[in-house]
Each structure stands twice: as structure tokens, then as C-alpha cells.
Design a protein around this ligand. Structure first.
Ligand code: BTN
Length: 246
């Protein structure tokens, strides 16, 4: 592992931030950058890897981390602050806004032209939180395994240009810093509301496993409240399919 200024993998410019990116540590290969953040991270330290041997996604899935093609990084934070999932999702969307318009798929996937370009995995251990962010940047279609090719995409595939990964990383860290500081200053409700609006689910009919229903509200923790034939149903997490709606 090497420190920021020695790194030859990604030429990262230190972002002008207060909390996130207090140190940026780049490694060529690791199991998962979330492991590094959970084991070693001080508040705001960022771990970036070119390759993850066992990158992981939500719900026990593996995260396919094509070497050198994406941005695979984790931010370590002290404690288990509420609202980080909302803050991180908005931060990635806003950071990429100069290049493209990402939509948020509940709870915290980011889609470009309807295909997943970024996933976020939050994990907690002892007194630490790891905010793990994976952004598909330079992939060609062949860089994804067959089973992902209809669902996943990259910025290169959609935009036709090879964006500088270090520039994207800096932009995300700046936005994440801004959002996390807002959270620490008590702006939870504002951030949650902004995220809930961006998810664009109110009034829509969705399916999640065997449950189908209309989203009638999103609660303070981000769970969907559905009006289903079986009655009101609360959905904390999971994969949803939008069936109809605005
Ligand atoms: C998901 O959509 O399922 C979440 C994917 C999160 C992937 C990132 S890549 C960096 C960090 N390290 C991991 O092992 N996972 C996250």
C-alpha cells in the first residue's frame, strides 16, 4: 500500500475538503476496500484499489471490479451516523452532474440511461462505518460478465469518452464531504427529503419479490410504505421493479 503522493496508479489530486480525504491511500490490490476502511480507517480516510479480489455488493452479492476500469473506493467514518446512505447517493449523483445525469434507483443504485453505473455498500464494524462506492468508468461491454451485460453499464459505454478517474474521485469526495458535514450539522431531514424526491417512487406501483403495491410514502429511515392487496407493507431493502406510475 502506498500513500497518495507516491501512487502511480491513479494520479489523485488531494481534494479541498474538511473531512473526507484527510488521507487517501491507494493500493494495487486488496480483498475489498471496505475491509481496509473497517479495519484501519480513521475518520475521513479514503482507500482506493485498482483491483479487488473479493469486491462485494449489497445483499451478499459479489461486486465485479474489473481491474483498472472502475473506481473502487471506500471512505472510513467514525461511528454509525444516520443518513450516510442518502448523503452518499446524492453526492455521487451531484459529482457526476457536469458529465451526465444519473438517476437514483432506490435505495442507492445510480443509473445512467436505465443501466447501473454505480453501487454503494455501507458496512459497520465496531465503531466504524465504511462507505464503499463502485463506479464503472472505463469498461467496454466485454469487461462485464455475461449475466451483467444487460443490467450494468459504464460511463465510457454511455458517454463515449474516457473520463479521468482521478477527476471523478476528487469530485465525489468533495460532494461527499459537503453532504457529510451537512449531516453532522443536523441536516438529516433535508438530505433524506432530497433523496426521497430523487428516488421518484411516490405513487408508483412496484414489485419486490412476491409483494406488489403502490408506494404511498417513504418513512424517515428510507423504507418504502406500500399499499398492497394484503394491506400496508413496509419495505426496508431489496430489489424492486417499477410496474407503473408517474
Ligand atoms: C451494490 O450495488 O451492490 C454495492 C456495490 C458496492 C461496490 C463497492 S466497490 C468499493 C467497495 N468495496 C467493495 O467490496 N464494495 C464496495
Amino acid at each position: 500500500m502506498s500513500e497518495l503522493d507516491k501512487n502511480a496508479l491513479l494520479r489523485i489530486k488531494p481534494p479541498n475538503t474538511q473531512l473526507v480525504g484527510s488521507r487517501i491511500i491507494v493500493c494495487e490490490e486488496t480483498t475489498s476496500t471496505n475491509d481496509l476502511a473497517l479495519e484501519h480507517g480513521g475518520d475521513g480516510v479514503v482507500y482506493v484499489a485498482e483491483r479487488q479480489k473479493t469486491g462485494r455488493g449489497r445483499r451478499g452479492r459479489m461486486w465485479h471490479s474489473a481491474p483498472g476500469r472502475g473506481l473502487w473506493f471506500s471512505v472510513a467514518l467514525s461511528g454509525k451516523p444516520e443518513g450516510i446512505a442518502f448523503a452518499s447517493t446524492l453526492a455521487v449523483r451531484d459529482a457526476l452532474a457536469p458529465w451526465c445525469s444519473l438517476s437514483i434507483k432506490w435505495p442507492n443504485d445510480l443509473l445512467l440511461n436505465g443501466h447501473k453505473v454505480c453501487g454503494i455498500l455501507l458496512e459497520h464494524k465496531n465503531a466504524r462505518t465504511a462507505v464503499g462506492i463502485g463506479i464503472n468508468v472505463l469498461h467496454d461491454a466485454e469487461d462485464f460478465p455475461n449475466e451483467l451485460r444487460t443490467k450494468a453499464t459504464s460511463l465510457f459505454i454511455e458517454l463515449g469518452c474516457r473520463l479521468d478517474r482521478s477527476e471523478i474521485l476528487s469530485a465525489v469526495l468533495v460532494q461527499l464531504d459537503r453532504r457529510l458535514l451537512e449531516l453532522r450539522h443536523g441536516e438529516y431531514e433535508t438530505i433524506r427529503n432530497e433523496w426521497a424526491v430523487a428516488c421518484n417512487l411516490l405513487g408508483r406501483r412496484i414489485r419486490a419479490g412476491a409483494i406488489e403495491g403502490q408506494v404511498i410514502s417513504i418513512d424517515m429511515g428510507g423504507a418504502l410504505i406500500l399499499d398492497s392487496p394484503q394491506g400496508a407493507h413496509r419495505l426496508d431493502s431489496g430489489d424492486i421493479t417499477i410496474l407503473s406510475g408517474v
